[in-house]
Design a protein around this ligand. Structure first.
Ligand code: KG4
Ligand code: ZN
Length: 343
């Protein structure tokens, strides 16, 4: 079975082909037009998707060594995301599926992130057979969920303000780093001391010295932003520049510390033995290593996607459709799918 996946929810135009569960192509074109603006400009994103979609889809099909007629199914992100951007990929998928007379499968971008942690991990045949705790951390979402083997899930915590990726991007912007600052902070932090400055880790038992915060699985990163802004204001530019790696490492430690602590606490509370982390921020090297260490300490199994499947990509969209197909929950032959912006 050949599944074409299409992803256009934000600033990556991506198409991928999955053949019998194996990723055989995954073309990702990252839009560079947003760099000068310090963030994604929605209208520019839609126009770029329109400009790129045909060549990206053609490249994915060619790299898979098939013809379009060999496709059995098309899966596309239906949301959440920038509505104009989502519409480009979804409408393209609708037209292509109709023309080829094959089913179209709308995919929820966040669900695709959740299950991307298992792409290529053969031993799991898609997902664990028991419940697990999933942490999804991207530029738009920060969410802890209790996920069941039938792919259903309960959200047990989410951010009450900024997403974890936004916390990286916005504090990085304050430090004069390019957008998206997450990968830049990751790189600079490698030469820095994470204990240089203790930035706040909100909504934790530690930060509030109150037991009631032990079971609070929500996140908040706005206080961190304010704290970084105040810190920069209190110091000379030369000091900030000299200690940039230390400050990056300290910001990174504050963000990843709270992510790890809450994920482990959720796993213990719900008595699960498996944890997964996905979404763009799961590419962060400090998060990967500290989550692995914490899971090893607690005897938990950890699944994190290969970094190419952490940030937005179409392979995870195709993989989600394949997973639903395997679980028998695929609703096919629906072309009248509406895009949606929020989760
Ligand atoms: O999942 P994603 O590609 O797009 C959304 O669905 O939002 O996530 C993008 C986010 C950005 O905020 C980016 O800065 C962050 O993921 N990110 C990272 C790293 N790579 C990407 N954050 C920290 N460290 C990284 N290595
Ligand atoms: Zn995403």
């Amino acid at each position: 079975m050949n599944i074409l996946g299409i992803e256009t929810s934000c600033d990556e135009t991506s198409a991928a082909v999955l053949r019998n569960g194996q990723v055989v192509s995954n073309v990702i074109s990252s839009q560079l037009v947003h760099r000068d603006y310090g963030g994604v400009v929605p209208e520019l994103a839609s126009r770029e998707h329109e400009r790129l979609i045909v060549s990206v889809v053609n490249a994915a099909v060619n790299q898979a060594n098939i013809q379009k007629n060999d496709l059995d199914l098309i899966a596309a992100t239906a949301g959440p995301g920038l509505i104009g951007a989502v519409m480009v990929g979804l409408c393209f998928a609708q037209g292509m599926a109709r023309a080829l007379d094959i089913p179209l499968v709308p995919v929820n971008h966040i669900e695709a992130h959740i299950f991307s942690a298992f792409i290529g991990k053969q031993e799991e045949s898609g997902t664990p057979r028991q419940e697990f705790i999933s942490l999804t951390v991207s530029g738009g979402h920060t969410m802890l969920a209790l996920v069941r083997p039938d792919l259903s899930y309960d959200i047990i915590g989410r951010t009450i303000d900024d997403a974890a990726g936004e916390a990286f991007d916005k504090t990085g912007k304050m430090l004069g780093l390019d957008y998206p600052a997450g990968p830049v902070i990751d790189r600079l932090a490698r030469d820095g001391d994470p204990g240089f400055h203790a930035f706040p880790q909100a909504l934790t038992a530690q930060s509030h010295s109150s037991k009631s915060y032990r079971d609070n699985f929500n996140f908040s990163f706005s206080g961190l932003k304010t704290s970084v802004l105040n810190y920069i204001g209190r110091h000379q530019p030369e000091f900030i520049e000299h200690h940039l790696p230390d400050i990056c490492a300290s910001i990174q430690a504050a963000i990843t510390g709270v992510l790890v602590r809450k994920t482990i606490a959720a796993a213990k509370k719900h008595r699960v033995s498996t944890v997964s982390v996905a979404g763009g921020v799961s590419a962060n090297s400090a998060l990967r290593s500290s989550m692995q260490n914490a899971c090893d300490r607690e005897g938990l199994r950890l699944f994190i996607p290969d970094t190419v499947y952490s940030t937005d990509n179409a392979a995870m969209i195709a993989a989600m459709a394949e997973l639903k197909h395997r679980r028998g929950t695929l609703q096919s032959n629906r072309y009248d799918v509406a895009p949606f912006a929020s989760f």
